[in-house]
Design a protein around this ligand. Structure first.
Ligand code: ADP
Length: 383
């Protein structure tokens, strides 16, 4: 909708610009003089600057489908290697039938809106093209046609991400929900008479309901962080104490997996962070270390000083195959989907860590060797 309104405004201004730039009015002497007056030249240079700064590609063709005006954005879109788009035929610039037919309609006096144009260069780009006729349409159509290419690549990508996210969330919620419904139905059909089964089914129902709860909590958390609704209260923090607290809260889990947690932070280390958020990041990373460790494994938390503070969470567990490392911090990305789900993860932990680290002005990275273990590193800027 905003694109449409902006588009209409832009098109109005642009028609004006084109008339000035192409000097269509200068067919007789007095208008030529007028076009060269200081006033007009000033407006002209202002408009040229505007066209040059426009992100939208602008292309004007005459009756013969030859380019009569364009701006740098259009040149970048069609052919960045030639010095200027001038007098080429539209077919020399693009073989895209959607573009050609939109301009053809423009020349027939028909306005075209929302023509979707995709380019398949090294980078896929998507444009929303609007074409309007220029010059009074008489029996032979318009004198020219003007097209504005709005780059909607980013909007499209965001829309795709949103759809993917929604479909992931629905899928993640459906699995535990299906299980809950199935067990409730089993209980309804008489399993209540057997107290042992009854207890077992109830505990499965509880486990699945908790999973849904955790998932919703994580989604809300991630949405808040990504939406900029989380305020950090960064301050100097004694790292050893924070790591100690996190390890204590995970002690039961660690011992259930027979994993040792090792706090290797020296007592004097101070980092600059929001203490609650730091705990949250460390909890996620250490918990993963525990989950993906072998029995009797060790998760070690250490610190390195450099340009930025580095907090390392190292495990000597199963490691992560190299091809997964790049996508590991994406929402719901898991190396082994079914297994990770069974371990009780939501698939959002690392995405939350990534966004919290970014919010601190830092980042999280990972190195891993299959069969040997992984090291997640939180890089935090020094104050
Ligand atoms: P989950 O809730 O599944 O743990 P995360 O976002 O925390 O979700 O992690 C995403 C995936 O990254 C995990 O499912 C797992 O495949 C992989 N992963 C994370 N940490 C480790 C680790 N320390 N060792 C091996 N794999 C890991």
């Amino acid at each position: 909708m905003i694109t449409l309104v902006l588009g209409s405004l832009l098109l109005g201004a642009v028609v004006w610009i084109v008339v000035l730039l192409t000097g269509r009015e200068s067919s007789n002497k007095s208008s030529l003089e007028q076009a060269q007056s200081p006033e007009t030249l000033k407006i002209r240079s202002l408009l040229e600057a505007t066209m040059g700064a426009m992100r939208e590609g602008l292309l004007v063709v005459d009756k013969d489908m030859r380019v009569v005006a364009s701006n740098p954005a259009a040149q970048k879109l069609f052919n960045p290697s030639i010095p200027a788009l001038k007098s080429q035929r539209l077919t020399e610039l693009t073989r895209n039938p959607a573009v050609y037919s939109a301009f053809l309609d423009g020349l027939k006096g028909i306005e075209r809106n929302d023509v979707k144009v995709e380019t398949h260069g090294p980078e896929r780009q998507v444009f929303d093209l609007r074409v309007i006729p220029i010059g009074k349409a008489n029996g032979n159509g318009a004198e020219g046609a003007l097209g504005v290419f709005f780059d909607i690549t980013r909007t499209e990508r965001l829309e795709l991400v949103r759809q993917e996210f929604l479909s992931n969330v629905s899928h993640e919620l459906r699995t535990p929900l299906t299980s809950i419904i199935a067990f409730v139905e089993t209980l309804e059909t008489g399993a209540t008479e057997d107290p042992e089964s009854c207890q077992r089914f109830l505990s499965i129902i509880r486990k699945n309901a908790s999973r849904m709860h955790e998932l919703i909590d994580d989604i809300l958390e991630l949405t808040a962080i990504e939406g900029g609704n989380v305020q950090l209260r960064a301050a100097p923090v004694k790292l050893q104490g924070v790591v100690h607290d996190v390890c204590s809260s995970l002690a039961v889990k660690a011992s259930a997996h027979s994993v040792t947690l090792k706090n290797d932070i020296a007592s004097e280390v101070i980092v600059h962070a929001d203490v609650r958020r730091l705990e949250q990041m460390l909890t996620n990373l250490i918990e993963n270390g525990i989950k993906f460790s072998h029995e009797h494994g060790t998760v070690t938390i250490s610190y390195e000083s450099g340009e930025r503070d580095k907090i390392l969470v190292h495990d000597n567990g199963e490691g992560i195959p190299a091809q997964h490392l790049e996508r590991l911090f994406e929402r719901f990305y898991r190396v082994d989907r079914a297994r990770s789900r069974n371990m009780g993860g939501t698939g959002l932990g690392l995405a939350i860590v990534k966004h919290l680290a970014l919010l601190h002005g830092g980042e999280v990275t990972v190195t891993s060797e299959l069969g040997k273990g992984s090291t997640f590193i939180l890089h935090l800027p020094k104050p």
